[in-house]
Design a protein around this ligand. Structure first.
Ligand code: HEC
Length: 157
C-alpha cells in the first residue's frame, strides 16, 4: 500500500471508530452490571474485611509480606518464602476484591469461608510464631457474613 493511502485509511478508521463510540446509545451491556456488583462487594471488603486480612493473611497472600528478623536465616528464609509463594498461588489478595485465585470469584469466596469453618487459616505452624494473627470469633463472623452477602450480591439478577 502507498504511504498516502495508508494514512487516509488510518484516518478514516479512527474517524469511524470514534464516531461509532460517541454515537453508541445501546443499553449498558450485562458485564457493566457484573462490574457494579463487584464494586459493591469490594467496598464492603475494604471497609470491614481488609483490615482483618492485612493482619492475618497478607503475609502469605499478598506482596506486602512483613518478614520477621529470622527470615534472614538461610533455611528459615526458604521455608517462609515457600509459604508465601504457595499462599499467593492459591489466593493473591494484593489488589483487593476480586482476588486473583485459581477458581472463579464465587469459588474463591467459598474457599475463604471453608478455611474459616475448618480453622485452617492462618496455618498452625504460622500461628505459633504469630499468635496475634489468629482470627477472633468476631473477625470470623465478619468474614463469613461478608462472604454470605457477597455471594448473594453477585447472584442477583
Ligand atoms: C503462613 C502463610 C499463610 C497465612 C498467614 C495464610 N495463609 Fe492461606 N494459604 C497458605 C498456603 C501455603 C496455602 C496453600 C496450601 C493450603 O491450602 O494449605 C493457602 C491456601 C489458602 C486458601 C485455599 C485457596 C484454594 O482454594 O486453594 C484459602 C481460602 C486461604 N488460604 C485463605 C486464607 C485466609 C482467609 C487467611 C487469613 C485469615 C490466610 N489464608 C492466611 C498460606 C497462608
Amino acid at each position: 500500500m502507498e504511504k498516502q493511502s495508508f494514512y487516509s485509511a488510518l484516518i478514516a478508521f479512527i474517524f469511524f471508530t470514534e464516531y461509532g463510540l460517541t454515537q453508541n446509545t445501546e443499553p449498558r451491556p450485562a458485564h457493566d452490571k457484573v462490574f457494579e456488583r463487584i464494586e459493591i462487594v469490594n467496598e464492603r471488603y475494604l471497609k470491614n474485611v481488609k483490615p482483618i486480612f492485612v493482619k492475618s493473611c497478607f503475609d502469605c497472600h499478598s506482596n506486602q509480606t512483613r518478614y520477621p528478623w529470622y527470615h534472614s536465616l538461610p533455611l528459615i528464609k526458604q521455608l517462609l518464602d515457600e509459604d508465601t509463594a504457595t499462599g499467593k498461588k492459591h489466593l493473591e489478595m494484593s489488589d483487593d476484591f476480586p482476588f486473583e485465585g485459581h477458581g472463579s470469584t464465587e469459588e474463591d469466596l467459598k474457599a475463604i469461608d471453608g478455611s474459616i469453618v475448618k480453622g485452617s487459616m492462618p496455618p498452625f505452624k504460622y500461628l505459633i510464631m504469630h499468635p496475634s494473627s489468629r482470627l477472633t470469633i468476631e473477625e470470623e463472623k465478619t468474614i463469613r457474613e461478608w462472604v454470605r452477602e457477597s455471594l448473594k450480591t453477585l447472584k442477583e439478577q
